[in-house]
Design a protein around this ligand. Structure first.
Ligand code: FPP
Length: 254
């Protein structure tokens, strides 16, 4: 048995030359983490916010180019009003305390999702964080807030259909790139599609996250609840990714 600080000689090491460019995470298990400690569910979200800070710095240090985090889905509005309200305050608390660290680490904040439905104060915090980090050109920290992949695809289809109806676009000329270019992830450019999608807390489903973009992503389901996830866990996930053979439907490993 080896502890964290004493790696076995034959244990795979992280290859810094093959870091996945885009890592996406479905941060699950906050509620169960709290319940296991006889705490209110929101205590799990609070701890989960601390994990976001740790994992953001760890990912940036490892050379990840885009870290997409599923923070609030279009379905999460169904939760009790008190929990929704707490979740809406989290970005305010997060950015109020963490933007200087983001700037220090050259991390730029972007958002996917319809933030116009969020409370005004939350929108302001998110917009300020994007403005304050707009010149950072290191890792992109891409929050999915009031995001749902079906909603994203529906909006893209509506825009494309409007362009076709206006005679600006020939339906026969629509390509996969046309669709990718109208998704909320288009702002991520060449890194729009995650290389690795991680879901914490043992659940093995996608829950309406980046459905178009994960067509060829490697999927990894880990047992840790999100508040227990950390830089070491992320490193193990990246090592697991590096052991995968990606063929993108072809025969040659990439
Ligand atoms: C899923 O766990 C988690 C969420 C719906 C919220 C995720 C939010 C955070 C991790 C904090 C986000 C921080 C910022 C900065 C926006 P769950 O509540 O579904 O857990 P359960 O499945 O155990 O009930």
């Amino acid at each position: 048995m080896f502890n964290k600080n004493h790696q076995a000689a034959d244990e795979p090491q992280l290859d810094m030359s093959r870091i996945p460019a885009h890592v996406a995470i479905i941060m699950d298990g906050n509620g169960r983490w709290a319940q296991a400690r006889h705490l209110p569910r929101v205590a799990g979200h609070k701890q989960g916010m601390q994990t976001v800070k740790k994992v953001t710095i760890a990912a940036s240090d490892m050379g990840v180019k885009v870290l997409s985090l599923y923070a609030f889905s279009t379905e999460n509005w169904k939760r009790p009003e008190s929990e929704v309200s707490y979740l809406m305050d989290l970005p305010i608390r997060f950015f109020n305390t963490f933007v200087p660290d983001l700037v220090k680490h050259n991390v730029k904040v972007t958002v996917m999702g319809d933030i116009t439905r969020l409370p005004e104060k939350t929108q302001t915090a998110v917009n300020d964080a994007m403005a304050d980090t707009k010149d950072c050109d290191g890792m992109i920290l891409n929050f999915a807030l009031n995001y749902g992949a079906r909603d994203e695809i529906k909006r893209a289809v509506q825009t494309i259909a409007q362009q076709a109806a206006a005679g600006e676009l020939d339906p026969a000329s629509i390509t996969e790139d046309t669709i990718s270019g109208h998704l909320m992830s288009a702002q991520l450019g060449e890194f729009a599609d995650p290389d690795l999608l991680i879901r914490t807390s043992g659940e093995e489903r996608i829950s309406n996250f980046m459905l178009w973009q994960i067509a060829y992503s490697e999927l990894l389901f880990v047992p840790e609840h999100w508040p227990d996830f950390d830089g070491e866990t992320l490193k193990r996930c990246l090592i697991d990714f590096q052991g995968r053979h990606r063929r993108f439907g072809g025969l040659v490993n990439k």
